[in-house]
Write a protein that binds this ligand. Structure first.
Ligand SMILES: [Zn+2]
Ligand SMILES: [Zn+2]
Length: 321
């Protein structure tokens, strides 16, 4: 068997320890899409690979998965696919400079400060990028592919230097580039995904130590990530499950605090509880598919426990479901 064939068709499995390439007799038939409609889980113990639909797949539609990391820009994903899978992706997401409205490649225009600099033709790696302003506010801004790549390379290097447990430096990075990168640019998103999980988990930022401001920050970051994931990792996907679980904690604590200090009507409280419940139920369903003792599987168990606790609220505020 040729090495190229193996690289193209194998799955990389066993992320916790050594990376192994596994060739699966049916899974390798799935085609690629940068917005996949399946999700896969591999079990470290027995190398079992489970592929399941993450969205409803209409009859006759291709069953797809992504061979590239979905939380990356078109430029990065296409580069990875060409280097590792030897094809040029022309999917709906890759063809759209706005990446289906997620703006994961968008840079803020340095001239007008409000327009977004997008690639003129994302299917051509040499294409220039220009400001999308249509109001006439921008005198016009254009940048060559080479210069854009250099700028992104420089910022990526800065991200790589950040210790991914260092909350302060991550927040400083986001603040430093708030006028350069779109808030959901993939370089910001990567940092935000880390922050969404660190707030509430690490020393100095344990969930019950967080100030209201930080709880709101965690909640808002999670909701921002979810808006992007709803488009590029839609349905029952692992990262959506994790983020839905992460968003419930700050929302619940803020609700408890507001009830203690504020004067909220029962209806307002019920509406907020209903929202938390919606996130938690979906998190529990999604994470329920993960291997029992994996971090995601354990998170699923915690989601179920939180669901039981939330039922107690009905004794205080009455039925809200
Ligand atoms: Zn694509
Ligand atoms: Zn502009």
């Amino acid at each position: 068997m040729q090495a190229k064939y193996l690289v193209v068709n194998c799955f990389e499995i066993g992320q916790q320890g050594v990376n192994i390439r596994g060739l699966y007799p049916t899974a390798f038939l799935l085609s690629h899409d940068c917005v996949p409609n399946t999700n896969h889980t591999d079990e470290e113990k027995n190398y079992k690979l489970t592929i399941r639909a993450s969205t409803k797949i209409p009859l006759g539609y291709p069953i797809t998965l992504s061979y590239a990391y979905t939380l990356q820009s078109t430029l990065k994903r296409r580069e990875h696919l060409l280097d590792n899978k030897f094809f040029e992706c022309h999917c709906r997401r890759c063809s759209d400079p706005m990446e289906l409205g997620t703006y994961t490649s968008a840079v803020i225009c340095p001239k007008c400060k409000t327009g977004l600099v997008l690639c003129d033709n994302p299917l051509d790696t040499e294409s220039p990028w220009s400001c999308n302003d249509t109001t006439g506010k921008c005198p016009g801004y254009r940048i060559q592919a080479r210069s854009m790549k250099l700028l992104l390379h420089r910022i990526s290097q800065e991200v790589e230097q950040i210790d991914m447990n260092d909350v302060k430096t991550m927040e400083m990075f986001l603040s430093k580039y708030r006028n350069v990168l779109h808030p959901t640019h993939y370089l910001c998103l990567g940092v935000k995904v880390s922050l969404s999980q660190l707030y509430g988990k690490i020393n100095g930022y344990l969930i019950y130590e967080l100030t209201n401001e930080t709880l709101e920050r965690k909640r808002d970051i999670c909701l921002e990530i979810l808006r992007v994931l709803d488009v590029i990792e839609p349905g029952y996907t692992r990262i959506r499950g994790v983020t839905l679980y992460e968003v419930h904690a700050p929302m619940m604590i803020l609700l408890t605090k507001d009830m203690e200090y504020g004067s909220f009507s029962k209806n307002e409280i019920k509406a907020r509880l209903k929202e938390v419940l919606k996130y938690l139920i979906e998190a529990s369903i999604i994470l329920g598919y993960e291997p029992e003792n994996s971090p995601e599987g354990l998170m699923g168990k915690a989601a179920n426990e939180a669901l039981v606790q939330i039922k107690d609220w009905e004794k205080i505020v009455g039925k809200f479901r």
